[in-house]
Design a binder for this molecule. Sequence first.
Ligand SMILES: NC(=O)c1ccc[n+]([C@@H]2O[C@H](COP(=O)([O-])OP(=O)(O)OC[C@H]3O[C@@H](n4cnc5c(N)ncnc54)[C@H](OP(=O)(O)O)[C@@H]3O)[C@@H](O)[C@H]2O)c1
Length: 247
Amino acid sequence: MSGTESQPTLLLTGASRGIGHATVRLFSMHGWRVITCSRHAFPENCPWPGGRENHIQLDLADPKSTIAATEEIKKRLADGKLQALVNNAGISPKGPDGERLDTFNTDLADWGRVFHVNFFAAVVLARELKDQLIAGRGSIVNVTSIAGSRVHPFAGAAYATSKAALAALTRELAHDFGPHGVRVNAIAPGEVETGILSPGTEKIVETLPLRRLGLPEEVASTIFFLCSRDSSYVTGTEIEINGGQHV
Ligand SMILES: NC(=O)c1ccc[n+]([C@@H]2O[C@H](COP(=O)([O-])OP(=O)(O)OC[C@H]3O[C@@H](n4cnc5c(N)ncnc54)[C@H](OP(=O)(O)O)[C@@H]3O)[C@@H](O)[C@H]2O)c1
């Protein structure tokens, strides 16, 4: 299955669960072709049209494999155009007993792994697919986090700093891609009901202005907005999706 002039193509990292899963479903529903990347094989329990053929099994923690995968992705873009890139895959490791990994107890290998998945993969994909994004007058959306702008009780130091770096990268990419007609934005979720949440999140939720967790679908709809013509003059920004957690 390949994208055509009338069928825009999205490259989405981390589609197998959570926010990514809701995003692939929403874009598919709107007729997009979605190329997905994650470590596991295509999830048979939640199929979408063309899902298996459009899935690339890839560990974004491995920079060599990530660079190699961009060649495969280019081959799969029959018309050489990519209309959207959503850097959604992310990891938030915890200690052996589920404890928060702070600046004292995170080892260097973990810092590296987190930065490769959460940050460097976005650098590689944007840079290697630059020509395809420009040809498609595309849109890039980076999935950051509320933890990128404040200390979070569960998200670790490597995770938080990788998300802060991704927010800064969003500005840099928006500056560099803008003259080529490519928009670049970020979305910063708060507490969204997925497997990444830690026990104890319900305590945070009690303090939120909206008093509830966000749903993956509520994040996906903002990603879709940022990849659509409805946001055609929006670039270089980070949208908070957190039920008011930042106020
Ligand atoms: N849920 C929240 O409350 C929340 C809040 C703030 C920010 N976020 C951000 O939102 C994004 C999605 O989070 P989520 O809650 O939906 O997470 P999730 O349910 O844990 O899903 C993470 C996704 O990333 C993929 N992934 C993980 N490591 C990977 C690797 N090394 N290479 C390739 N793919 C990898 C996973 O697929 P495989 O396992 O198959 O690799 C999975 O599809 C993340 O960037 C996260 O930091 C989430």
